[in-house]
Design a protein around this ligand. Structure first.
Ligand code: BV8
Length: 263
C-alpha cells in the first residue's frame, strides 16, 4: 500500500477537525464562469485593472465607469451558478462540527450554494450604499442590472434617496479598511481553528492573505487547493494541485468514506 495520497491525507485531517476555516479567493469562482483577477490581466479585463478601478479615487473621478464595471460583473455573477466545489464545502458542514468560510469573493456564490457561516470580508456586490455617507441603499432590479451594454461604456450610478450622493457597491476597495468586527472574527477563527483549507487564492491581498499565517502559527493544519503554487504554498502542510470544482468533491468523498464527524 503506497503512502496515502494527498487527498486521503487531507481527508484524515478534516475528519478529526473540530473547527474548520475555509479561506477562498477568486479561484473558487473561476469554474462558475467568473474570471479571476489574475486571468483578468488578459483579454477584455486587461482594460479593467482592479487595483486601479476598485478604489475610491477611481469612483470619485469617473463614477459611471466604475459603476458600469460593477454592473458588468453583476451580470456575470447573475449568470453564474455555484459549482460542485461550492456544494462540497456545504457537505463538509455535515462532517466537521464547525465550518466557517472566510471569502474574499464578493459574488455571493457560497451563500447561494447553502453554506451556513460565511464571512464576506470584502463585501458583496449585490449590496449597495452611498459614496458620501454610507447610507444603505436598496436598488430595483433594473438599477442593479441595467440592460446589457458594452462593458467598457460607463453607466450612470443611481443617487442616494437620502443625501443625493452616488450609489456604490458595498464592497471593500483597495485602500479602504475591512469591517473591523468581521476582520477580528476572521482573525480569531484563524487563531482557534484546527484545520484551515485555503482554496483558489494567490495570497496577494492583505489583510486577508495574513489569515493562513495566523492559523499556522496557532498550530492549525494548513491545506491549500490551487491550480498552481501561490504566495501561501510555502506555509501549507499539504498542497493539492487542481481546481476547486474537482478537488473539493474528491476530498469530500474521502471524508464521507472515512465516516464523517471527528471522534
Ligand atoms: C486595507 C473587493 C488599510 C473589490 C478586493 C499590508 C497590510 C494591509 C494592507 C496592505 C498591505 N500591503 C498592501 C496593502 C494594500 C492592499 C493590498 O493588499 N494590496 C495588494 C495588491 C498588495 N490592501 C488593501 O487595500 C485592503 N485595505 O488594508 O486598508 C487601511 C486601514 C485603515 C484605514 C484605511 C486603510 C483592502 C483589500 C481589499 C480590496 N478589495 N475585492 C472588488 O472585488 O471589486 S480585493 C480582490 O482582489 C479580491 O477580493 C481578492 O482579495 C483579490 C484577488 O485575489 P484572489 O482572490 O487571490 O484572486 P487572484 O486572481 O489573485 O488569484 C486567483 C487564484 O486562484 C490563483 O492563485 C490561481 O492560481 C487560482 N485558481 C484559478 N482558477 C482556479 C484556482 N484555484 C482553484 N481552482 C480554480 N479553478
Amino acid at each position: 500500500m503506497g503512502p496515502p495520497d494527498r487527498l486521503s491525507r487531507a481527508a484524515r485531517s478534516l475528519e478529526s477537525a473540530r473547527e474548520l476555516v475555509v479561506v477562498t479567493g477568486a479561484g473558487m469562482s473561476q469554474e462558475s464562469g467568473i474570471p479571476t483577477f489574475r486571468d483578468a490581466r488578459e483579454g477584455l479585463w486587461a482594460r479593467f485593472d482592479p487595483e486601479e478601478l476598485a478604489t475610491r479615487r477611481a469612483f470619485r473621478e469617473d463614477p459611471d465607469r466604475v459603476w458600469g464595471w460593477y454592473c458588468y460583473r453583476r451580470r456575470l455573477v447573475e449568470k453564474a451558478r455555484p459549482h460542485p466545489g461550492h456544494h462540497a464545502l456545504v457537505r463538509l458542514e455535515g462532517a466537521v462540527p464547525r465550518v466557517t468560510i472566510v471569502t474574499q469573493n464578493i459574488d455571493g456564490l457560497h451563500g447561494r450554494a447553502g453554506s451556513a457561516r460565511v464571512l464576506e470580508v470584502h463585501g458583496n456586490l449585490w449590496r449597495f450604499r452611498c459614496f458620501e455617507r454610507d447610507h444603505p441603499v436598496e436598488l430595483s432590479e433594473e438599477e442593479a442590472l441595467p440592460p446589457e451594454t458594452e462593458p467598457t461604456r460607463g453607466i450612470a450610478a443611481p443617487r442616494c434617496p437620502r443625501c443625493g450622493s452616488r450609489v456604490r457597491p458595498d464592497v471593500v476597495w483597495f485602500g479602504e479598511p475591512l469591517d473591523e468586527a468581521m476582520l477580528a472574527r476572521a482573525r480569531s477563527l484563524a487563531g482557534s481553528c484546527d484545520v484551515m483549507l485555503v482554496v483558489g487564492t494567490s495570497g496577494v491581498v492583505y489583510p486577508a492573505a495574513a489569515l493562513p499565517g495566523v492559523a499556522g502559527s496557532a498550530g492549525a493544519t494548513l491545506i491549500e487547493v490551487n491550480t498552481e503554487p501561490s504566495r501561501l504554498t510555502s506555509q501549507a502542510d499539504l498542497f493539492i494541485e487542481g481546481t476547486a470544482g474537482r478537488v473539493l468533491p474528491g476530498l469530500m468523498d474521502r471524508v464521507i468514506e472515512g465516516g464523517g464527524f471527528g471522534g
